[in-house]
Design a binder for this molecule. Structure first.
Ligand SMILES: CC(=O)N[C@H]1[C@@H](OP(=O)(O)OP(=O)(O)OC[C@H]2O[C@@H](n3ccc(=O)[nH]c3=O)[C@H](O)[C@@H]2O)O[C@H](CO)[C@@H](O)[C@@H]1O
Ligand SMILES: C=C(OP(=O)(O)O)C(=O)O
Length: 418
């Protein structure tokens, strides 16, 4: 298992360009199954999950070439609807193949997906959405098998705005007969990016980014070229690292509007946030903060992003006062609290709620990333801590961050990968 070795206490200064979003690129890659002509994608991040998704597409018979951040997909050789079990285990996002395969080939077969251990993460809402469009679902020896002679548009009303289930239904509906209406849809920016990609393929999607999406299915979808949006979670991670340790950074290629709830809180506490333009933000932090108690509860977009919660908790350790963090999206996403305590953090946490006693110094420690964003939170803790920290589980962090050590080092951090 790889590690990051961090010597804390260095300010961060300079400019960082944010990469394309993992969580937008993954469903868009899955959606290439729907096309009948080649697709070219730009700004696809060079991450493990992306490599796994490309391996899945190839295992289905598709031709995929990757050159740097450009990915070329030729879906015309698609010849299988079975997602290999070993690739399903690798990541949660393999579930995104169900909707597109069903719509394109009339069947899809997969095992339960793997992914970050942050909760149970069932797939009932995905199956509810796809069966609403006419699919049958069977469990065949641990494999979920979906079939549909044809998909027909329908109303799909989610009890909870699941990001992945909204994306799966959006993709399936793009090739269904007639109109599909998704009520209580998730509103995340990654859903809007997927909808824009589907529109480039020739689908008609209205209302993406609102809870009420309407999709008019097409009989066939063509090819397209598309650039993936900037990764708002990666941007937030660089911003919160700088806010915690102090520094002056400019963050490029992240739409400022994609992180509601973050900027106002940082400003209240004493971090200077300047919006240079729609996708460039300038952050100045002295690493000293107003002793204001902060309370944050995660929620589906436009609420505070659960994918930023661990990093924000690490930042709060630097802010004097008693703070409250409530995780409302996943039932087991506070695994970083116990690891941060090894650095001297004063945190009381149960499964969903944490009390953070901020403003106390942290010291270096040997810690292990329990999941992707928790790992990022440990990096922030280590950047702030006095002395050396070793963060085990580098591969888990690298699922979502490309060259984190190189990019933080360029800003002045002392961090090495080994
Ligand atoms: C690849 C990707 O884009 N991953 C993101 C996506 O994950 P993902 O799409 O898995 O997240 P969901 O929005 O579906 O999950 C939110 C909640 O709904 C529950 N649920 C979900 C589906 C279902 O069928 N049944 C069910 O009960 C989950 O267990 C969880 O408690 O959105 C999450 C919430 O913003 C992010 O943390 C992940 O980074
Ligand atoms: C939890 C995440 O990813 P996934 O849904 O792919 O596990 C994440 O990106 O923070």
């Amino acid at each position: 298992m790889g590690e990051f070795v961090v010597r804390g206490g260095k300010r961060l200064n300079g400019t960082v360009r944010i990469n394309g979003a993992k969580n937008a690129a993954l469903p868009i890659l899955a959606a290439t199954v729907l096309a009948t002509e080649p697709v070219i994608l730009h700004d696809v991040p060079d991450l493990r999950d992306i490599h796994v998704m490309i391996a899945v597409l190839r295992s289905l018979g598709m031709t995929v070439e990757k050159a740097g951040r450009d990915v070329f997909v030729d879906p015309r050789t698609l010849n299988s609807y079975v997602v290999p079990a070993e690739l399903m285990q690798e990541m949660r996002a393999s579930i995104f193949l169900l909707g597109p395969l069903l719509a394109k080939l009339g069947a899809a077969e997969a095992t339960q997906p793997g992914g970050c251990a942050i909760g149970d993460r069932p797939i009932d809402l995905h199956l509810y959405g796809l069966t609403s469009l006419g699919a049958t679902v069977h469990d065949e020896g641990g494999r979920t098998v979906l079939r549909a002679k044809k998909l027909v548009g329908n109303e799909v009303h989610f009890p909870f705005p699941s990001v992945g289930a909204t994306e799966n239904v959006l993709m399936a509906a793009a090739l269904a007969e007639g109109e599909t209406r998704i009520r209580n849809a998730a509103m995340e920016p990654e859903i809007v990016d997927l909808a824009q990609f589907l529109e480039r393929l020739g689908a008609t999607v209205r209302g993406a980014g609102t809870p009420d999406i309407r999709i008019s299915g097409a009989s066939m979808l063509k090819g397209a070229e598309h650039t993936v949006i900037g990764d708002r979670i990666e941007a937030a991670t660089f911003v919160l690292s700088t806010a915690a340790v102090g520094g002056d950074i400019t963050v490029k290629n992240c739409l400022v509007d994609h992180l509601p709830g973050l900027w106002g809180r940082l400003q209240e506490i004493g971090v200077m946030v300047e919006e240079i333009d729609a996708d460039t933000v300038h952050i100045v932090s002295e690493g000293r903060f107003k002793p204001i108690p902060v309370s944050v509860a995660t929620a589906p977009y436009p609420g505070f992003a659960t994918d930023c919660q661990p990093q924000f908790m690490s930042f709060l350790l630097a802010v004097p006062g008693v703070h409250l963090v409530t995780e409302r999206v996943f039932e087991n996403r506070l695994g970083h609290a116990a690891q941060l305590r090894r650095m001297g953090a004063q945190i009381i946490a149960d499964q969903r709620v944490a009390l953070i006693y901020g403003g106390h110094p942290l010291h270096g420690a040997y810690v292990t990333a329990p999941d992707l964003r928790a790992g990022a939170a440990l990096v922030i803790g280590a950047l702030k801590a006095e002395g050396e920290s070793v963060i085990a589980g580098r591969e888990i962090i690298e699922r979502g961050y490309e060259q984190l050590d190189v990019r933080l080092s360029a800003l002045g951090a002392n961090i090495q990968a080994r």
